[in-house]
Design a protein around this ligand. Structure first.
Ligand code: CP3
Length: 341
């Protein structure tokens, strides 16, 4: 890797090395809260945006440049990886993603196709190459994928869910079908992450956004082995950030998958990350606090910095993604505060 990237403040923190200050990037830093995003988004629907490399690259680059954050994240989404497997995916205005033929039994799982993401998602490779070409030489690019459980839950529920009844019914009721689905998704995720690394990202994040609905026992027995496998598939190539929400009771188990960086949501004190053995910890400002008056935002951000004081390996981030109506000026003020600290 180019030394300018290798020695960037973000990748140093990912490795748990000392830095002069905490690097900062924000989950969903490119999104509807930003007028520049809305302008590009108006040209096409959301999936069209994900699949048009020039536009996806522009969204990534705009967000990094406008905010001045220490890392860029590939503009894409968690779910398009499911389309080549045979799932029919749409994004409904105001409603979020929808899968019209969810997989809920062994027959549907057996029928899933096994495409190689290198061939089925070439637009991601094209976007990564365009981003890497135009991104400042000392700014790392983060790639990502959904973690096996979160992707499985989407594939089974067909959309967001309150109680994950279909998912847990399959997980607890049909061990063979669950294993087949999780193995299939884990292979896809591993191939996809490795492809992103080959295409030019310097770090990857595994999003387990929905894993917080599980008890520690169910996580250990039905999910953790697959997370381990996905992380092992990229180990030593680039740092891996493993992030979930609602994970207070799962963090020790999540660490058994040995991610380089553990993501912490705002329900959990940031220090817990180091206490459970992480060398580097990412988080954990409540994204909703960005709606408060600026002084309050900055005070809350100082509290996060205080929680990391004296530790190496803190990557400042939110505890979950930025929400659509977030005031942009508060986000900019947050970045300035952390970079001036
Ligand atoms: O972080 C970034 O800036 C990179 C891009 C990114 C998006 N989604 C863009 C997006 C990333 C990393 C994601 C990950 C993602 N997608 C997650 C994990 C993070 C999390 O929030 O837990 C999840 C659960 C998804 C699935 C998803 N995609 C949902 C639930 C929605 C609808 C919610 C909403 O805000 O409408 C999306 C759509 C989506 N993904 C948008 C963006 C910018 C908004 C779509 C639009 O423009 O209409």
């Amino acid at each position: 890797m180019d030394p300018k990237l290798h020695n960037s403040i973000f990748l140093k923190a990912c490795r748990g090395e000392a830095t002069d200050r905490a690097p900062i990037w924000l989950m969903r830093q490119a999104g509807r809260y930003m007028p520049e995003f809305r302008e590009i988004r108006a040209k096409t629907d959301f999936l069209g945006l994900c699949k048009t490399p020039e536009l996806a690259a522009q969204v990534t680059l705009d967000a990094q440049r406008i905010l001045g954050v220490d890392a860029a994240i590939l503009f894409a989404d968690l779910l398009p990886i499911l389309e080549p497997l045979g799932l029919k995916l749409t994004y409904e205005e105001g409603e979020g993603p929808r899968i019209h033929n969810p997989v809920r039994d062994a027959a549907a799982i057996d029928a899933l196709r096994d495409e190689n993401p290198r061939q089925s998602m070439p637009f991601v490779g094209d976007a990564i190459r365009l981003i890497r070409r135009d991104l400042p030489g000392d700014i790392p690019l983060i790639g990502f994928a959904g973690a096996p459980f979160t992707l499985a839950a989407y594939a089974i529920e067909g959309g967001s869910s309150r109680n994950y009844i279909h998912t847990k019914k399959l997980m607890l009721g049909d061990a063979g079908a669950w294993r087949a689905l999780m193995q299939h998704l884990t292979r896809q995720i591993s191939e996809y992450l490795n492809a992103q690394i080959e295409w030019g990202v310097q770090c990857v994040q595994l999003f387990d956004s929905w894993v917080g609905c599980l008890s520690p026992e169910d996580y250990r027995d039905h999910v953790l082995p697959y997370v381990k496998q996905a992380i092992d598939s990229v180990r030593g190539k680039v740092p891996v950030i493993y992030f979930g929400t609602g994970t207070a009771t799962l963090l020790e188990l999540m660490m058994q998958a040995r991610p380089d960086v553990l993501g912490i949501d705002w329900h959990t004190p940031l220090q817990r990350g180091w206490e459970v053995g992480a060398k580097a910890v990412q988080g954990n400002l409540d994204p909703v606090c960005l709606f408060a008056p600026r002084e309050v935002v900055l005070q809350k951000a100082r509290t996060v910095l205080q929680a990391a004081k004296g530790r190496t390996g803190h990557i400042f981030n939110l505890g979950h993604g930025i929400l659509p109506q977030t005031p942009v000026d508060n986000v900019k003020a947050l970045v300035e505060l952390v970079q001036g600290a």
